[in-house]
Design a protein around this ligand. Structure first.
Ligand code: ATP
Ligand code: MG
Ligand code: MG
Length: 562
């Protein structure tokens, strides 16, 4: 059983191993610890880890902490937890900042080779002089500084003699290159910021595009796999490995980003949702983060099936969220016990059932998985059904309860409505029915048929429970991101504001109902299928012993509508 589907990177690796170009596959997953991992990262994690595993290779977890301002141990810890939860194990854990000395030395090497220079232009000037797709850039007036002057200035940059932004170190390549990334990219910048790992040792920091190929080479990464927006950076990646005279020769290969409809995959937008308290943290069950999906009740198996089946290719189309939901249902189908829960209760009195008596009715825990056994459900004179399952004046084709109509109670009896009670506001608050003992479930009764089957719980023994029903945070077509692979491939502040306006503020409904008695002891992360309502997870953050809170993972396939 292959760990990854057929894909172009696998073919490359097979060829590299066959030809002896590489002896062992080494990959890395290089997250920036500035947020929680989301569904898009899962594709990257899957590709990096599963491909290496498939060939008995190694995967490093490398925290890309070259930007001193943003990192946080909370993020480092969540990333590690998420990778483990997904079922992957890294071989070594590194920080990009572990290599700052080496990176500095390689930059000095470039200066000595006449391949890097200190530029005094401002960031704006550098941007202006970069040119466009159709126009070449303009050489910096500082481009032809001598090696000695560059060495002196770079040393002084390092020693903290200049303010932020006063000078940068640039690779000296070609200001007329058709690839804008080769127009003398900045490789070091000044930032007087304390770094979580190196403290105040440095006030200059390497740019990501310079640092990344060096990190890969230092670690002996053979296949450096990244998302497609880095494609235009590949020539610079190769330039750095070559000109910095790195011994190892890592190669970069790009795969398509994963975009899923209704799922936001920008860390900056996700962070904003958290900061603005529009969600209950990074692990809110509506969040497309790994921790959110975990709390929602998605399983690692379901998520990995989804990643596997949607393939590893260079295409980055938008994948429908229903595809992911399909794999969640597929995984839970045989695993989750099937029970009954009433989300919006309406009391039913079975008037011909003897008062004070009760009985236990056997019910299969999973009709598709006999191994899950049978439970006994209490039944007595008073039960709860869904408010939706009764109508005083039903439209045609309504086969549930209404005056004079008979329905089947799942696992129990037929009941027929003969009366109902309204409160002073005209709301129906109680239904009166009779049951027919001859129709007991499992008795092969077939003297007459009913069209509707509804679920219920026994009023005296049912356990009160809270249910949370989720809708997507975003509408269907809101999310599809084009990112550029520069230092800040983050979206702009305007975009974030715009995004906040589109967020569905009514994406969670909280209702109070009842579950079968045995669910009182449900443990955090236990999963159930509630008949007709879908799959639910016991919320690990909100549940208390004996007081479970059930969040809907996913509804049943054909959602139950009138
Ligand atoms: P940032 O804007 O903070 O850089 P990022 O989403 O790029 O956000 P990283 O931590 O840099 O986050 O990403 C780690 C890895 O995950 C990178 O190799 C990146 O290519 C990959 N990745 C990120 N988003 C996706 C996505 N939607 N699909 C596939 N891979 C992704
Ligand atoms: Mg990044
Ligand atoms: Mg990125």
């Amino acid at each position: 059983n292959a760990l990854t589907p057929p894909n172009f990177i696998k073919s490359i690796i097979e060829e590299d191993l066959r030809s002896g170009k590489v002896k062992e596959v080494v990959t890395r997953f290089p997250p920036e610890p500035n947020g929680y991992m989301h569904i898009g990262h899962v594709r990257a994690i899957f590709i990096d880890f599963a491909l290496a595993d498939e060939f008995g290779g190694r995967t490093n977890l490398r925290f890309d902490d070259t930007n001193p301002a943003k990192e946080d141990v909370e993020y480092v810890n969540s990333i590690k937890e998420d990778i483990k939860w997904l079922g992957f194990q890294w071989d070594n854990q590194y920080y990009a900042s572990d290599y700052f000395d080496e990176m500095y030395n390689r930059a000095v090497l470039l200066i000595n080779k006449g391949l890097a220079y200190v530029d005094d232009q401002s960031a704006d000037e550098i941007r202006e002089n970069r040119g466009t797709l159709t126009e070449p850039g303009k050489n910096s007036p500082y481009r032809d500084r001598s090696v000695e002057e560059n060495l002196d200035l770079f040393t002084r940059m390092k020693n903290g003699e200049f303010k932020n932004g006063e000078r940068v170190l640039r690779a000296k390549i070609d200001m007329a290159s058709p690839n804008i990334n080769l127009r003398d990219p900045v490789i070091y910048r000044i930032s007087h910021t304390t770094h979580h790992n190196t403290g105040d040792k440095w006030c200059i920091y390497p740019m990501y595009t310079f640092a990344h190929p060096l990190e890969d080479a230092i670690e002996g990464v053979t296949h450096s796999l990244c998302s497609l927006e880095f494609e235009d950076q590949r020539p610079f990646y190769d330039w750095v490995v070559r000109e910095c005279e790195m011994e190892a020769q890592p190669r970069q290969y790009e795969f398509g980003r994963l975009n899923v409809s209704t799922m936001v995959t920008s860390k900056r937008k996700l962070r904003k949702l958290v900061e603005e308290n529009l969600v209950d943290g990074w692990d809110d069950p509506r969040m497309p983060t790994v921790s959110g999906m975990r709390r929602r009740g998605y399983t690692p198996e379901a998520i990995k099936s989804f990643i596997y089946e949607t393939g590893i290719s260079r295409s980055q189309g938008l994948i429908d969220i229903q595809t992911l939901e399909h794999f969640v249902r597929e995984d839970l189908k045989l695993k989750a016990p099937r029970t009954m829960a009433v989300l919006r209760p309406l009391k039913v009195v079975i008037t011909n059932y003897p008062e004070g008596e009760s009985e236990l009715l056997p019910a299969e825990n999973n009709t598709e998985n006999e191994e899950m056994g049978i439970r006994q459900i209490p039944f007595s004179r008073e039960i709860y059904i869904e408010q939706d399952d009764f109508m005083e004046e039903p439209p045609s084709k309504y086969f549930r309860l209404f005056p004079g109509n008979e329905v089947r109670l799942k696992h129990a009896y037929f009941i027929k409505c003969h009366d109902f009670i309204k409160d002073e506001n005209g709301e129906v608050v109680e239904i009166h029915c009779t049951y027919d003992p001859a129709t007991k479930s499992g008795s092969d009764f077939n003297a007459r048929k009913v069209k509707g089957t509804i679920h219920w719980v026994d009023a005296s023994s049912a356990v009160p429970a809270e249910f949370r029903l989720y809708e997507p945070l975003l509408g269907e077509d809101e999310e599809s991101e084009e990112l550029a692979a520069d230092e800040t491939n983050d979206v702009s502040a305007d975009e974030v504001d715009d995004f906040l306006k589109k967020v569905n503020k009514d994406s969670m409904e909280v209702v109070q109902g009842f579950v079968e008695p045995q669910l009182k002891d449900a443990q955090p992360q236990d999963k159930f299928q509630f008949f007709r309502h879908g799959y639910f997870n016991v919320d690990p953050k909100l549940s208390e012993p004996g007081k479970p809170v059930f969040g809907r993972i996913v509804s049943m396939k054909s959602s139950f509508k009138l």
